[in-house]
Design a protein around this ligand. Structure first.
Ligand code: 2M8
Ligand code: MG
Length: 264
């Protein structure tokens, strides 16, 4: 069994980033030696702090699937660095993403602002993170969160121009995110399922939990999906073939409700 989970609005409360309502289940999963694999828009620097606080030993996925981080026990031909981690980048580099965004903005005149345009203080203001955490969120490696300040029509044109440049657009709880088109939460998850298969000789049963549009590819690839009631009005449609449970509660309380349903 592998549990894949989004953070903001799922394991963590959307506004306070608290996870205490999920602690009983986290403890049960630890006792059962079930890997809890974080799959988030957050940067590796942000996840590393939480990974330690939660005492996890599983791999994790950062920046909406753009990078995968393996502890030594999940490595095959990768060599862990001095901290004991091997990093795999599936997506485009942050530099290339910013270059494309700046070129598109210059030629099209679209109104948007990304983390690369923000100071640390502005990141803190827009996310509700404290300055230290905002600094970690600012350390982007392979995806750019942005606030769209233009029309819906312009957004559709922007989306097409990104595809033309080999990039893609997805949506989290607060921001749009631009990343390489060969990444995404579903693809990174599939990579780790394959790795587990190679290591253990059998495919795992997978449970996935998420609340946002960016979680759809992950929720559509797991055996048991939990759609956590979100903050946003964007309706989330999951293909009907998926074994899906939709929670009545939000954030970490919904997270536990979903695990009660599938594993209780
Ligand atoms: C951003 O991601 C969230 C997650 O869904 C969002 O779009 O709302 C990221 O920039 C992440 O690095 C940051 O920690 C988070 C804070 O709300 O916002
Ligand atoms: Mg979320």
């Amino acid at each position: 069994l592998l549990v894949f989970t989004d953070l903001d609005g799922s394991l963590l409360d959307h506004a306070t980033y608290d996870y205490t309502p999920a602690m009983t289940w986290l403890e049960r999963l630890r006792e059962g030696a079930v890997p809890v694999i974080i799959n988030t828009s957050k940067t590796a620097a942000e996840v590393m702090v939480l990974h330690q606080a939660l005492g996890l030993d599983a791999p994790f996925i950062a920046e909406n699937g753009a990078s995968i981080h393996l502890p030594a026990s999940w490595c095959l031909n990768e060599t862990p660095d001095e901290r004991g981690w091997a990093d795999i980048v599936l997506g485009e580099s942050y530099r290339r993403i910013r270059d494309v965004l700046e070129a598109i903005r210059a030629t099209e005149g679209f109104q948007f602002r990304g983390f690369g345009d923000f100071s640390i203080d502005e990141v803190a203001e827009h996310t509700g993170l404290d300055i230290h955490d905002a600094e970690l969120a600012h350390l982007r490696e392979a995806s750019e969160p942005l606030i769209w300040e233009d029309t819906e029509e312009a957004l559709e044109r922007f989306r097409l121009l990104l595809i033309g440049a080999g990039l893609s657009l997805t949506q989290g709880g607060r921001f749009y995110h631009v990343l390489g088109d060969n990444s995404g939460k579903g693809r990174a998850m599939a990579w780790l399922v394959d790795r587990y298969h190679l290591l253990k000789g059998q495919r795992p049963l997978t449970v996935g939990l998420g609340d946002g549009p960016n979680d759809i590819p992950m929720l559509e690839s797991v055996d048991r999906a939990v759609l956590i009631r979100g903050e946003h009005d964007t309706p989330i449609r999951i293909v009907e073939t998926v074994q899906l449970y939709t929670t009545t509660q939000k954030g970490p309380a919904g997270w536990s409700e979903g695990l009660d349903h599938w594993l209780g």
